[in-house]
Design a protein around this ligand. Sequence first.
Ligand code: AHG
Ligand code: MN
Ligand code: MN
Length: 291
Amino acid sequence: MGLASIIYEVGVASKYINHAMRTGDLGLAGTSNLYGEEQLALDVLADEIIKDRLDHTGRVRKIISEEQSEIIIFERSGRLRQYSVCYDPLDGSSLVDVNLAVGTIVSIYAGDDPLQPGRNQVGAMYVVYGPRTTLVYSVGKGVFEFTLNSLGEFTLSREGIILKEKGNLYSPGGLRQEYLPQHEKFIATLEEKGYKLRYSGGFVPDINQILLKGQGIFTYPATTGNLHGKLRLLFELNPMAYLIEQAGGAASTGLMPILDVVPEHLDHRCPIYIGCREEVALAEKFLAIPV
Ligand code: AHG
Ligand code: MN
Ligand code: MN
């Protein structure tokens, strides 16, 4: 029941975030987060809304948020508080003011330790704020999509979402001139095979496209600019890797499964190759070639 109430309350939070995004102030909050990124008023507002709703469940003990510099412990303790949550309240927030889709990403663990390998997640979800507002989640029994209707209710729109073994879409993050040789060869191989480039700059809609089309690969690699890549393990990579594996796909750092990485700190970053199993395996082959 605890897990359901967390997913439900994130759904409630997403309605307020959705409203704020379509009507509210898109300006800067005048603060920055742990990563030195200027926080948009929307980032801070979305974070507050989700934090309050998670506390309201009475089932969450600790949270890690992209917008908070340390782990937050909910004081209103209680023997029922047996979950920990890592979340990105608004991923891709800088895309809001050019009217592109953005999202909320949530990772859920049993117990009071949110710094666990992603393999230990008991659930994960995301919300896409796009032409439609949709909520995608899994608690280990397949992947489901709910769509927000005109009455403000989330209704089931897809169930048992599954990825094909192989696809023909690729989402190549990072600056091309900063690609390392093995990654460059991998991307060139996809292009020679005629893969179609689909990249919005928003991790959530880019992953959502792969899930709903049932195929594709998203990558944000190690680059000369950042050997660890850009995306954060705890609240971006782990939840998406959980969902994609639940849909029969794969998620790798290029060297090992994302879900097996042991997080070392809150802003642990990894390179990522995520989507159809065949393309992820191909990427791992290229990354294994000694330079
Ligand atoms: P956030 O807005 O939470 O910082 O995340 C943005 C991320 C992710 O959404 C996307 O995949 C990536 O930034 C895009 O990075 P580039 O602009 O370097 O392509
Ligand atoms: Mn993010
Ligand atoms: Mn964010």
